[in-house]
Ligand binder design. Structure first.
Ligand code: ZN
Length: 156
């Protein structure tokens, strides 16, 4: 479902194309656990290619690692505060469960960071603009009919 927005931050948050801010970067929802990682090769709206070079998204691993560290720290602090410093296994379980549950978001946002910050694609407000009305298409006029050659059989 394409949405229109001129804000790069909103386009980032919604995981949209950095060029037109309308086309989704991923094929399915993050909640589709079987296919959450599938990315569109190009924007369905403006046809911007999403992989500038082969292996472009290897860099997303480092961003995903940073997200994982942030999740571990945040969940660790939350467990300490909410659980009043429980046993070690509670920390390990809370961190493990939250890291696995947030994996689709970590994966997708790390790729979205790569796409928006490192792909070198600038916002173009005209990229997602649709023409105001039906596009007039030039239909070639058939021209004068060729005179029938009496020596050639007519195929019907
Ligand atoms: Zn686009």
């Amino acid at each position: 479902m394409p949405t229109s927005s001129s804000s790069s931050l909103l386009a980032f948050a919604a995981q949209r194309c950095p060029r037109c801010h309308q086309g989704p970067a991923f094929k399915t929802s993050a909640f589709n656990l079987a296919h959450f990682q599938e990315m569109n090769e190009s924007c369905p709206v403006c046809h911007q290619h999403f992989e500038p070079e082969p292996g472009f998204y290897w860099g997303a691993m480092y961003i995903s690692y940073a997200f994982s560290v942030a999740i571990v720290v945040a969940v660790g602090i939350a467990t300490y505060v909410l659980g009043h410093d429980p046993d070690t296994w509670v920390y390990v379980a809370a961190v493990a469960v939250s890291t696995v549950l947030l994996l689709p978001f970590s994966f997708r946002y790390s790729r979205t960071v790569m796409l928006h910050l490192f792909a070198g694609i600038d916002y173009d407000p005209r990229a997602g603009a649709k023409p105001a009305g039906p596009v007039a298409r030039r239909v070639p006029f058939p021209g004068p009919l060729a005179p029938h050659d009496s020596n050639r059989p007519v195929l019907l």
